[in-house]
Design a protein around this ligand. Sequence first.
Ligand SMILES: *[C@@H]1O[C@H](CO)[C@@H](O)[C@H](O)[C@H]1NC(C)=O
Length: 185
Amino acid sequence: MRFALNESLIFIVSLFLFQSSNGSDLISKNCKEASNRDPGIMYDFCVACLEEASSKLHPPPTNLEDLLGILITISKNNATNVLSIISKLSKDKSLDKFALLTLQECSRLYDQSVFFLDQIAGTLKSKVFDYVGMDLSGIGTFARVCNEDLSSKWRGGISPLSKEYQIFDQLIWISHVFFEIITKT
Ligand SMILES: *[C@@H]1O[C@H](CO)[C@@H](O)[C@H](O)[C@H]1NC(C)=O
């Protein structure tokens, strides 16, 4: 009887170790908490992008700080991709002056976001979180301003970066809520 109990205990413990070692539990638990805290957060998106990114990581993420770090890296890659889309769009000779100026403004804003995201990545390593919340709010505002201005200046009234904006906004939003959970704010 006693032997059986020990064995099942070992089984449960190893199950737990196995589950936490692939990061899946960590991801779904924290995405769930974030979407409970803030209904704007899409649970499925949160899980999908973190699982995809962490499946390529060795060692896998072991805590919420790791997940935030992953999101910051994904966001930076996203912003960099947006910059190259902007530069392609800017080459269109048929653009009117206002659309072109707005694209240039967006380029500046996303550039600034990349700078902030680099800064946040450094900050996370040193575990001093002083400006992370403010920087994330700033980045969210930059992306929104770009999307609104582009929508108003683009023919047809729909920003050519709407889809990218929605993804980027969600990444930054999740990062912000993770940050709040970490710092208990
Ligand atoms: C941004 O990141 C998301 C999630 O990883 C990815 O699905 C999407 O393709 C990326 N978009 C750009 C423009 O990089």
